[in-house]
Design a protein around this ligand. Sequence first.
Ligand code: ADP
Ligand code: MG
Length: 315
Amino acid sequence: MNKMIEVKNLQKSYKTGKAVDGVSFDVYKGEILCILGPNGAGKSTTINMLTGALGWDGGGIYADFLKGKSIHDDLPAYKRRLGVVPQDLAIYEDLSARNNVEFFASLYGLRGRALQEGCRFALAFAGLTDRAGDKAGTFSGGMKRRLNIACAIAHRPELLVMDEPTVGIDPQSRNHILEAIKRLRDEGMTIIYTTHYMEEVEEISTRIIVMDHGKIIAGGTKEELKERTDTDKMITIEADGLDTFDSDTLYRIEGVKKVSAGAGTLKLAVIPGIENLDRIIAVLIEHGKRINSITTQAISLETVFLNLTGRSLRD
Ligand code: ADP
Ligand code: MG
């Protein structure tokens, strides 16, 4: 994999305390790198240093396309390759969608036909072609978010940095944005995406960094993160006659860690990979229990996060 950017031991404090505390990671060409973490984890501070908007107190950020030099050694050259979607909307409400995109694209140096072409591409990508002539101020929250993205991609950046671009929008706009991000990656763009929504990470990430309290606490693909979690997988079985069933017999099955029996429901915590579901079912049938339904719940990133930090992402 081609390394694009190297973030090394980044440090940043505000008067309120340390916001980013020794963060290191690489960004590889063609990936969708999701930075996942609760509010206040330090995602935006990290992202703002990565885009060159904010300086750091220690560490550094080095770009391959600057021959490994610090991004601050040639910030204009670095920024030309970047598209930035800030956490807070940065659009002009009094301008039309088209004029907004044109304005930002021209800041990146697009002129004439390239400008027109770039704007057409960006507006179409955001699903705003039909509303291109309307003032941004008349748009719904979701449309404004989409316009915010359009403004960042008209110049077709190599690296697109998005900070929580789907906060507070309708599911339809969110789906549109997630699909668009995957298509941008298919076209060769590299994407860094921060969020506190696990579902989004599940859907689009090719790699994940989990942040909490200014530090990276885990990293890898979704599969790797889930594998490293020794959390149990849950199996829920609904069956008749469980009140007369000695659930201890299930402990003899390999992989079964915990059994709790309720009225008509049996919950089993099993070691992922060695569920032995067939043997569990066999024991129940042997004891003359009629099974009504079986559901298994895979490990979610939510569980991974809970396991890592001892709290839910939605705290
Ligand atoms: P996230 O984007 O993950 O929600 P931030 O990077 O915005 O996290 O914030 C990290 C920490 O730094 C938080 O405790 C936040 O209150 C603090 N912080 C962020 N920006 C500022 C600022 N401009 N001044 C003072 N403290 C800040
Ligand atoms: Mg933030």
